[in-house]
Write a protein that binds this ligand. Structure first.
Ligand code: ATP
Ligand code: MG
Length: 478
């Protein structure tokens, strides 16, 4: 098996790796680092927690040490927390080199970011939106000479999800040199391979870890079938059982909306679990602070939306609970990949209602892995059901009394303005669409009613006819 020296890393960098407990290259590192060091573009698709970050950080640091200048490398990533995590790896591995990195993400002060950019850092780690803002509004820095463009979670950056990065990526790709090395990494690259090949044009080297399943073997994948109304009681029961059975524990619960995330956090606190939350409606400083407290095990339960689903590396997480079944199999892969990382064991439990069974089936089909039922003593869950549901209602009422929904409206308006749309006009359009939809619905209902009426009338006539025939028949026989 190869070691880091034989892959082409300098002794000082190998020593730096050893100090961080990175002794032997993982398969993605062993296979992707040599072509990157040779100067080729690279697309690496390997399972969650398999060391993809070091697979691109190490060759960049190696190349930077041979010819240091700024700005040498640009890394793009979909979330702000992930940008900080990647920058940290550059900082630690490039420390002997005096590597200067700079983080450009939304929700933080733009002026100090502009100053940091103009200081020519070696590496810029950014989320596309904020970097594109800087490019559009300032000429105090240049990305014209970068040697590496890296897209971590590349498929997410290119897909058109709820946050669409396409326009910002276009702006960024317009100011980076055509002659560069492009590196693309993710645990779920294959679906977007075609789009990605357009970005990495320099005959990219493509490597994918060969395996039956798309999730790691160390992950125990479970489900609990539950009616919607009993879901929260199952959640409380699961966490209570886990805390009773383990001294040292760390759990992430994923949910689908910011509001649900907030309510669940309030609820879990009512049950005295040390809980903290992470979602996109929080102030950025609070998001960083909460994540740091969870990483340091000050709080052991993190309730999060999909903003925490990709890339975050928190070794202490033993359990991931999906409070809602993810709609897309690849979102499931990333969520459950927050546990069972770097060869450790972990459990993922998905709460499934009767309406989500088809989602589980498509998760199983795409990941080539079966989810097993998680055994729960139902009697115990039913014992706490009323208390849990009452607590939830109380928390919902409390949240409604705050300006949470109002903030959401303000954020929506802000987003529309940023997209160059008039929020009032958009609201009017939405209301009109709603009106048309409700008219259509009423029309459909009326037609259905009249069809039913007609059918009833026909049935009545038939019955009457039958009765008359019977009557006549009895008269004749009499
Ligand atoms: N060669 C190695 N030996 C041991 N541990 C390693 C090695 N390379 C990386 N690690 C550790 O493995 C953990 C997971 O790495 P990393 O975050 O890069 O995973 P990833 O493949 O990017 O996962 P994801 O798809 O979730 O983003 C990190 O804590 C990292 O320090
Ligand atoms: Mg990663």
């Amino acid at each position: 098996m190869a070691d880091f020296s034989s892959l082409g890393l300098s002794d000082w960098l190998v020593k730096q790796c050893t100090q961080l407990g990175i002794n032997k290259p993982t398969p993605v590192q062993e296979n992707c680092m040599p072509p990157i060091l040779e100067g080729r573009d690279c697309m690496g698709c390997a399972k969650t927690g398999s060391g993809k970050t070091a697979a691109f950080v190490l060759p960049v640091v190696q190349k930077l040490s041979e010819d240091p200048y700024g700005i040498f490398c640009l890394v793009l990533t979909p979330t702000r927390e992930l940008a900080y995590q990647i920058a940290e790896q550059f900082r630690v591995l490039g420390k002997p080199l005096g590597l200067k990195e700079c983080i450009i993400v939304g929700g933080m002060d733009m002026v100090s970011q502009a100053m940091a950019l103009s200081n020519q850092p070696h590496v810029v780690v950014a989320t596309p939106g904020r970097l594109a803002d800087h490019i559009r509004s300032s000429n105090t820095f240049s990305l014209r000479k970068i040697q590496f463009l890296i897209l971590d979670e590349a498929d997410r950056l290119l897909e058109q999800g709820c946050t669409d990065f396409t326009k910002d990526l276009e702006t960024i790709l317009g100011v980076v040199p055509a002659k560069r090395q492009t590196l693309l990494f993710s645990a779920t690259l294959t679906d977007t391979l075609h789009d990605l090949k357009n970005i990495a044009m320099n005959k990219p080297f493509f490597w994918e870890s060969k395996s039956e399943t798309r999730t790691v073997e160390e992950l125990d994948q479970r489900y609990i079938l539950t009616p919607e109304k009993v879901k929260d009681a199952y959640l409380v029961h699961l966490i209570q059982t886990f805390t009773d059975e383990h001294d040292d524990w760390s759990i992430i619960v994923f949910t689908n909306t910011c509001k649900s995330c907030q309510v669940l956090t309030m609820m879990m606190r009512e049950f005295n679990f040390p809980t903290i939350c992470l979602h996109s409606m929080m102030k950025q400083k609070q998001r960083f602070a909460n994540l740091a407290k969870f990483k340091a095990s000050v709080f052991k339960l993190l309730i999060a939306t999909d903003v925490a689903a990709r890339g975050l590396d928190i070794p202490s997480v033993q359990v991931v609970i999906n409070h809602n079944t993810p709609g897309l199999p690849k979102n499931y892969i990333h969520r459950v990949g927050r546990t069972a990382r770097a060869g450790r064991n972990g459990v993922a439990i998905t709460l499934v209602t009767q309406y989500d069974i088809h989602l589980v089936q498509s998760i199983e089909a795409q990941n080539h892995a079966k989810l097993k039922e998680y055994p729960v003593v139902e009697k115990e869950v039913l014992k706490i059901l009323t208390q849990v549901n009452v607590t939830r209602r109380q928390c919902e009422i409390k949240l409604e009394a705050t300006d949470f929904d109002e903030k959401k409206e303000i954020n929506k308006r802000k987003q529309l303005i940023l997209e160059g749309k008039d929020p009032d006009l958009e609201a009017k359009r939405k209301a009109e669409l709603e009106k048309i939809r409700s008219h259509k619905k009423k029309f459909k209902q009326r037609i259905e009613e009249s069809i039913q009426k007609q059918k009833r009338g026909q049935l009545k006539k038939k019955l009457m006819k039958r009765k008359q025939i019977k009557k006549r028949a009895t008269k004749v026989t009499a």
